[in-house]
Design a protein around this ligand. Structure first.
Ligand SMILES: [Zn+2]
Length: 125
């Protein structure tokens, strides 16, 4: 997943896509602060941007989609994802479909998050 997609998903959830300020004088005691929300980025572990590959990410996105009762809500996303599933189905040597259960296919956190990002990009574009 690209940074652009992670940023899109982060902002879709209403969270800050943190942007650290520069340390103009190379001060070793400089504490990176997000220029937008002012959070101390050293308090956040590792990459301070969400990776969107964990069950908690998938669940947050599912909840956000379900909140939207308008046209672009969870049902709309699931219909769209179903069309992607058809396209991505792969077959074994004997012609049988591998992973022929839509829900099982969709409930992979990394795939789910990736699909939501793709869907959001399509609906914006
Ligand atoms: Zn921030």
């Amino acid at each position: 997943m690209t940074d652009e997609m992670r940023k899109l998903l982060t902002e879709y959830l209403g969270e800050c896509w943190h942007e650290a300020g520069r340390n103009p004088h190379g001060n070793p005691r400089y504490v990176p602060i997000c220029q937008k929300c002012k959070v101390d980025l050293e308090q956040l572990f590792g990459d301070y941007h969400r990776c969107f590959d964990l069950p908690v990410d998938m669940n947050d996105l599912r909840r956000k989609l379900a909140e939207n009762k308008e046209f672009w809500g969870l049902d709309s996303f699931l219909d769209w994802a179903d069309t992607k599933w058809d396209h991505e189905s792969s077959f074994d040597e004997l012609g049988y479909v591998i992973d022929d259960n839509f829900t099982n296919w969709l409930m992979d956190p990394e795939r789910f998050c990736f699909l939501v990002a793709e869907w959001l990009k399509e609906k914006e574009g």
